[in-house]
Design a protein around this ligand. Structure first.
Ligand code: FE
Ligand code: CA
Length: 448
């Protein structure tokens, strides 16, 4: 067989940190955007070597092995590493056919008795054609302990026939909307060729939760949301979930029509992170579905961690707008589901969310909410100050692109809102737009 071209074009990633393990990820793709052959790869399996070390120079390798990259899974590699030390930094790399991947940095979660503070980066909504991933570059440079991606990792849209000026800044690989497995795979490849996205993956382990655009705008459960055939949509959703799995360091594979995204990630005595799936199980007025709702209620009630952190895509606090009705797609459309979550939380609840492409902060009564802005996705035209005036429990608005840098400790939960002034060109510096501390379920500015 001819020697393979360089196959690590999409970088490396790690995710799902536990106290003793992590998932390592890469995908072999010699021509990631190849029109017909997935990743430009031969239709055969490869055995990919992986190494995990205590240092970036790999002089102290602690584990190594081989993992399969199969054509049925777009030659993606998911290595479940276990037996690691808690709360420890590691470095990893892959090799195949004489090629070696870039090096990634990862970190395990703390053990159950740990009181160590945790630094978390929070991001959402990275629409490729809307700009440069400068936000991800700055986030990577902070080397947080863990990164939460709260949805809209890719957008399914094609190129509009007549894009508004300044709205189609970077060309996609196709002008068509994604509907098939091949199309979703090429969309992920388009995004993951971006060096800033690669840097963010290589900088820290990720825990990711998809929202709607990984499949289709505003879909709900098994309903496409546009009145088209449900059978066709189920096929499309399955393709989209499979592609999502293939491109992210997830612990579980899709099974049948499902991919279980909701999960609990404990970080010592400091925080219980509860990742909630707000899309897959929707029906009627029920956002989470009965099973997930019960799981969440049990977890919230049982949690003895200092902070109970709900990480999920959608704006959680009630929000009235000066002109439009509240968003029916977010929690405002599901008030009963929201009331159940709030009733199960006995205080010190922190909701992390995204989706709205602007930064917000809110008080919830027995908790608070921090809403991250988008990485690039254009915001709707929102009158921030008028909306704040209408909603006294909303305490902050910022209309720039950005991310959250969170520090959770036994005494404090602090959030810095990082922002960049532009994404239509690379190179914007990052600033801290605001800082907050949580005090008895209220928000206190730390930067004024
Ligand atoms: Fe979005
Ligand atoms: Ca969304």
């Amino acid at each position: 067989m001819a020697k393979l071209g360089f196959p690590f074009t999409l970088g490396v990633a790690s995710g799902e940190p536990s106290a003793d393990g992590v998932i390592l990820w890469t995908r072999l793709a010699v021509e990631p955007l190849h029109a017909s052959k997935t990743g430009g790869m031969p239709n055969q399996a490869f055995s990919v070597k992986w190494e995990l070390a205590e240092d970036a120079a790999f002089s102290r390798i602690v584990q190594s092995g081989a993992a399969p990259a199969q054509p049925d899974w777009a030659h993606s590699v998911h290595v479940r590493v276990s037996g690691l030390r808690a709360w420890t930094e590691y470095f990893y790399r892959f090799s195949v056919d004489g090629h070696t991947s870039p090096v990634g940095r990862t970190k395990t979660a703390p053990g159950p008795d740990s009181t160590e503070p945790i630094r978390i980066g929070v991001i959402s909504c990275q629409r490729y054609e809307h700009g440069f991933f400068t936000v991800l570059k700055h986030l990577a440079a902070e080397r947080p302990d863990v990164i939460f991606h709260l949805g809209d990792y890719v957008y399914e849209y094609g190129k509009p026939a007549n894009p508004q000026p300044g709205r189609y800044l970077r060309p996609l690989e196709s002008t068509e909307e994604c509907k098939t497995l091949a199309a979703y795979r090429r969309r992920y490849a388009r995004y993951q060729l971006d060096k800033d996205l690669q840097a963010a993956h290589a900088a820290a382990p990720w825990i990711a939760m998809p929202d709607d655009h990984e499949v289709r705008d505003n879909y709900a459960g098994l309903l496409p949301g546009d009145g088209s055939s449900q059978a066709a949509f189920v096929k499309r959703r399955n393709a989209a979930y499979k592609a999502y799995y293939e491109h992210l360091p997830l612990r579980v594979r899709p099974v049948g029509n499902n991919l279980q995204f909701y999960r609990w990630r404990p970080y010592g005595k400091v925080a219980d992170f509860l990742f909630v799936d707000a899309r897959q199980y929707r029906s009627g007025r029920n956002m989470l579905g009965t099973e997930q709702q019960e799981w969440l209620t049990t977890r919230l009630t049982a949690s003895t961690a200092r902070w109970k952190v709900l990480a999920q895509p959608l704006f959680f606090a009630p929000r009235k707008f000066p002109l439009e009705p509240p968003s029916a797609d977010a929690w405002d459309g599901f008030p009963d589901s929201r009331a159940k979550v709030l009733a199960a939380a006995t205080g010190d609840l922190v909701v992390l969310s995204g989706d709205v492409h602007n930064a917000w902060a809110a008080e919830l009564g027995n908790g608070v909410e921090f809403v991250t802005s988008s990485v690039t996705s254009r915001p709707p035209s929102t009158d921030g100050s008028a909306t704040l005036a209408l909603n006294p429990h909303l305490k902050y608005f910022d209309g720039r692109r950005g991310y959250l840098m969170v520090t959770a400790s036994m005494t404090d939960f602090t959030v810095d809102y990082r922002a960049v002034a532009f994404v239509d060109q690379p190179g914007a510096p990052v600033v801290t737009a605001a800082g907050f501390r949580v005090l008895n379920n209220k928000l206190q500015r730390t930067d004024l």
